[in-house]
Write a protein that binds this ligand. Structure first.
Ligand SMILES: NC(=O)c1ccc[n+]([C@@H]2O[C@H](COP(=O)([O-])OP(=O)(O)OC[C@H]3O[C@@H](n4cnc5c(N)ncnc54)[C@H](OP(=O)(O)O)[C@@H]3O)[C@@H](O)[C@H]2O)c1
Length: 280
C-alpha cells in the first residue's frame, strides 16, 4: 500500500452525476484504509469533458471514473488506451500517469466477472453456452469478459438485431447473433443467462423472456441493480436457478481503479455491500 504525503483525490465525471453511488463506495475505502483523501462527483457537460480531463493532472488527481455520457467521448481525449477499453469502445476509468499524461481503462468487464466469482467461486465462463440479452454498452463489457475467460458459445440476442449482428461481427467467434423472436428458444441447454438490457430496472417493464426452456442448473445474472432483485432474477430464483445481482459488478469495477490510482488492493467487504445496498 502506498502512503504518499499528499491528499489523495479521485472522482467521477458524468452528466448527470448526482445519482452515482461511486462517491459512497470510494469514500468508504478512504476511511476503511485510513487514507487521507476524497472521491468527488463532477457534473461535466459533454463539451466540457476534454478540459475537465486535462485539469486532473494539475489539480493533483490520481484519476477519475467516467459515466454516461462520457465513456465513448473520452477515447478521443486520453493519451493512451488500454486494449480492452479500445475493444469495448468505452473508457470507464482514467489514470493520471506520473508525467501527467492520461491513460484510459475499462473495468466494467472485470467488475462483471469478479461480481460473479465473489458469490460463486467455482463459476466458469466455459461451462456451457451463455445467452446474453442486449447489445448496448453493458453488453459489450459482458461479452468481452466472457470471451476473454474462455466462453465457447455466446448467443447474443437484442431487440434491434442489427446491433447484435454488428457486435458479433466486431468481436467474432464465439459470439453468434440471434433474432429477438428466438430469445426464448435460445435458452435451451444454456449454462448462463445475462440480462444487459435496461428492462427490469425500476420504472421499466420486466424483461419479456420466458425461462421455460432454461435448464435449472443455469446461472442467471442481471447487470441492472435497481432493484437488486429484478423480476428476471426473482423468476429464476423461484424456479431453482442460482442468481447473481448487478451490484457486484458495480462494486468490483472499482477495485482495479484503486490499484492503479493508489496502489491499494481494495476489498468489497460485506459492510461495503450493505452500505450501498441500503441506498438502492
Ligand atoms: N451493474 C453495473 O455495474 C452496470 C454497468 C453498466 C450498465 N448497467 C445497467 O445496465 C442497463 C443497460 O445499460 P447500458 O449502458 O448497456 O444501456 P444502453 O447502451 O442504452 O443499452 C440498452 C440495451 O437495452 C435494450 N433495450 C432497451 N429498451 C428495451 C426494450 N423495451 N425491450 C428490449 N430491449 C430493450 C437496448 O436494445 P436496442 O439496441 O434494441 O435499443 C440495448 O440493448 C442499465 O440499467 C444500466 O444501469 C449496470
Amino acid at each position: 500500500m502506498s502512503h504518499p504525503d499528499r491528499f489523495l483525490l479521485a472522482g467521477v465525471m458524468g452528466w448527470p452525476v448526482m445519482h452515482s453511488r461511486s462517491p459512497m463506495l470510494h469514500n468508504y475505502w478512504f476511511e476503511h484504509y485510513g487514507l487521507a483523501g476524497r472521491y468527488l462527483p463532477f457534473a461535466i457537460k459533454p463539451e466540457g469533458l476534454p478540459a475537465a480531463l486535462r485539469a486532473l493532472a494539475p489539480l493533483g488527481f490520481a484519476g477519475t471514473n467516467l459515466t454516461i455520457p462520457h465513456k465513448e467521448a473520452a477515447l478521443a481525449v486520453v493519451d493512451e488506451i488500454d486494449p480492452p477499453a479500445r475493444r469495448m469502445g468505452a473508457i470507464s476509468c482514467v489514470v493520471v500517469r506520473p508525467d501527467g499524461s492520461l491513460a484510459g481503462f475499462n473495468n466494467d468487464g472485470y467488475g462483471f466477472v469478479y461480481g460473479i466469482l465473489q458469490q460463486i467461486p467455482d463459476w466458469r465462463a466455459d461451462a456451457g453456452p451463455a445467452v446474453v440479452i442486449g447489445s448496448g454498452g453493458g453488453a459489450r463489457a459482458v461479452v468481452y469478459s466472457l470471451a476473454e475467460r474462455g466462453a465457447r458459445e455466446i448467443r447474443l440476442v437484442n431487440r434491434t438485431f442489427a446491433r447484435a449482428e454488428g457486435l458479433a461481427r466486431e468481436f467474432g467467434a464465439p459470439i453468434a447473433a440471434l433474432p429477438w423472436e428466438e430469445r426464448h428458444d435460445a435458452l435451451a441447454d444454456a449454462a448462463m443467462l445475462v440480462n444487459t438490457t435496461s428492462q427490469g430496472m425500476a420504472g421499466t417493464p420486466p424483461l419479456d423472456l420466458s425461462l421455460d426452456r432454461l435448464p435449472v442448473s443455469a446461472l442467471v445474472t442481471d447487470i441492472v441493480y435497481i432493484p437488486l432483485e429484478t423480476p428476471l432474477l426473482a423468476a429464476a430464483r423461484k424456479r431453482g436457478n442460482r442468481t447473481v445481482d448487478g451490484l457486484g459488478m458495480l462494486l468490483h469495477q472499482a477495485r482495479p481503479a484503486w490499484k492503479a490510482w493508489f496502489n491499494v488492493d481494495a476489498e468489497v467487504t460485506p459492510e461495503l455491500r450493505r452500505l450501498v445496498e441500503a441506498t438502492l
